[in-house]
Design a protein around this ligand. Structure first.
Ligand SMILES: [Mn+2]
Length: 303
């Protein structure tokens, strides 16, 4: 599968901080969960990779006073190249608008993939507040800076092309390396390993994530906030960085996570479905059920 950011460590190596238990059987509609605040980002609607069915399922089963959409919600940057929009993508937007109608305060902080919305920051569109960034005060009085975070990733812009490579890229690079070496040998050039170069870049992913986290924590500190909520790197996390609370709500391309705040002000990462296999199964089931019976609203039923 094509990943937006191949920098993520495998799920088993991730530390999520306080993680709430995901639904045991995600395909069976669970009871409605209530939160004070929900943060989601990097849904990348408009791309094939968006887990729109799962996101819709999450949204209809989770309510909050405030919903923050922390950027890269609609992937305009990709839409300009290739449009992908399905009924599931529309259902996500419908559900967000239903929440607005039902009294949820919805704040949209555009990211780099939906920067087309940035000129409209400061206005309210269809009841959704658009803001370049904002401050959220938790129930226990902590001030959290809410921003997408893309302006702090300058450190990897030099390797941007690498960010668009899929999982198979490295294998292809290994094969290409043989050819590159042969050509260089013929031309009398010294040996240079393309695969080693790529491997080095991928190994730098860990330090990239760490630099990004440090930069955001520093920004929060400089601005007098107690913490920061961001997205962008598709790496859900809650951790303390030098006394600053760093929260990343993850994404809905791979991890399918949201950051939630309880009525008491406790922040948690909710992972809506565990494994990639479960995600695929859910999406396939939802699609299969919707085809013959479009009228059925919340289609998820035990597979
Ligand atoms: Mn982004």
């Amino acid at each position: 599968m094509n990943t937006i950011f191949p920098f993520d460590a495998p799920p088993t190596h991730r530390t999520y901080g306080p993680v709430s238990t995901p639904p045991a059987t995600p395909v069976v509609p669970s009871r409605l969960r209530r939160h004070r605040t929900i943060f989601v980002s990097d849904t990348h609607l408009g791309t094939r990779g968006a887990k729109a069915e799962l996101l819709h399922d999450f949204l209809i089963h989770n309510e909050s006073d405030t919903l923050f959409l922390v950027g890269d919600i609609i992937d305009g940057w990709r839409l300009t190249r290739r449009w992908y929009w399905s009924a599931a993508h529309s259902r996500v937007l419908d559900e967000i608008l239903r929440k607005v109608k039902n009294g949820t305060r919805v704040v949209f902080v555009p990211g780099n993939h939906d920067e087309a919305f940035r000129p409209y920051c400061g206005v309210t569109l269809a009841g959704v507040e658009l803001q370049t960034e904002c401050v959220h005060v938790t129930a226990d009085g902590r001030k959290l800076l809410v921003m997408h975070g893309d302006r702090f990733d300058g450190i990897v812009t030099y390797a941007k092309w690498l960010a668009h490579l899929g999982d198979t890229a490295y294998e292809i690079a290994l094969k290409a390396n043989t050819v590159v070496s042969a050509v260089r040998r013929v031309l009398g050039l010294p040996y240079w390993s393309l695969s080693a170069y790529l491997k080095h870049k991928v190994k730098n992913a860990a330090s990239f994530i760490s630099n990004f986290e440090q930069a955001l924590a520093k920004e929060a500190r400089d601005r007098g906030a107690d913490g920061v909520v961001c997205g962008h790197i598709h790496h859900p996390e809650i951790k303390d960085i030098g006394g600053i609370l760093y929260c990343n709500d993850g994404d809905w391309v791979e991890s399918c996570t949201a950051l939630t705040e309880t009525v008491g002000g406790q922040l948690e990462i909710v992972q809506w479905v565990h494994s990639a296999a479960e995600q695929e199964r859910f999406v396939a089931t939802a699609r299969a059920l919707r085809k013959p019976a479009q009228a059925r609203r919340s289609a998820p039923v035990a597979a």
